[in-house]
Ligand binder design. Structure first.
Ligand code: K1U
Ligand code: ZN
Length: 170
């Protein structure tokens, strides 16, 4: 297994649209293992392949307290979204230290392949529903700060670029 570098906003590669996984094979299973290791190491509850510069439709999630309920979503598609929405504070491993409110569907159903290539439908609410929507946005090249005002987004971009410049000089 390997820890993968996580792309940091405003890296333009975060805006690439991921392509469908053609075959769930050893290459994809290795990518899944590496993504789980990377997500757990970073204390995240989800990670989309886009964030580790792998532009195929693959997501790993674990929203459990015990960190023992891994979920793999390959080629995920939303099959139902609740009319009800709610605003929750979100963070992102690609936008470290920034948290802000985003409006999402309160509940969703998602159909996806698992790591064995078996099609499954998952019904989710709470943090899992938020996380699924956040990670599916990543696969479309969308980062949560794009829901914020241009003013806030500009400030976040400036702050993170400054941090990245300082880290490169250190
Ligand atoms: O995509 C990512 O960068 C992972 C992201 C997933 C996410 C969490 C919460 C709301 C939306 C998306 C994170 O893991 S953020 C950091 C985190 O560890 C966390 C956030 C909220 C609750 C518990 C953990
Ligand atoms: Zn994210």
């Amino acid at each position: 297994m390997a820890l993968l570098p996580i792309l940091r906003y405003p890296d333009p590669r975060l805006h690439k649209v991921a392509q469908p996984v053609a075959q769930v094979d050893a290459r994809i299973r290795q990518q899944i293992a590496d993504m789980f290791e990377t997500m757990y190491d970073a204390n995240g509850v989800g990670l989309a392949a886009t964030q580790v510069d792998f532009h195929e439709r693959l997501i790993v999630i674990d929203v459990s307290q015990e960190r023992n309920q891994p979920i793999v979503l390959i080629n995920p598609e939303l099959t139902w979204t609740s009319e009800e929405t709610q605003i929750n504070e979100e963070g992102c491993l690609s936008v470290p230290g920034i948290y802000d409110g985003v409006e999402r569907h309160s509940a969703v159903k998602v159909r996806a392949l698992d790591e064995n290539g078996t099609s499954r439908e998952i019904e989710a609410d709470g943090l899992l529903a938020i996380c699924i929507q956040h990670e599916m946005d990543h696969l479309m090249g969308k980062v949560f700060v794009e829901y914020l005002s241009p003013l806030k987004r500009g400030r976040i971009k400036t702050k993170l670029l400054k941090q990245q410049k300082q880290a490169a000089q250190a």
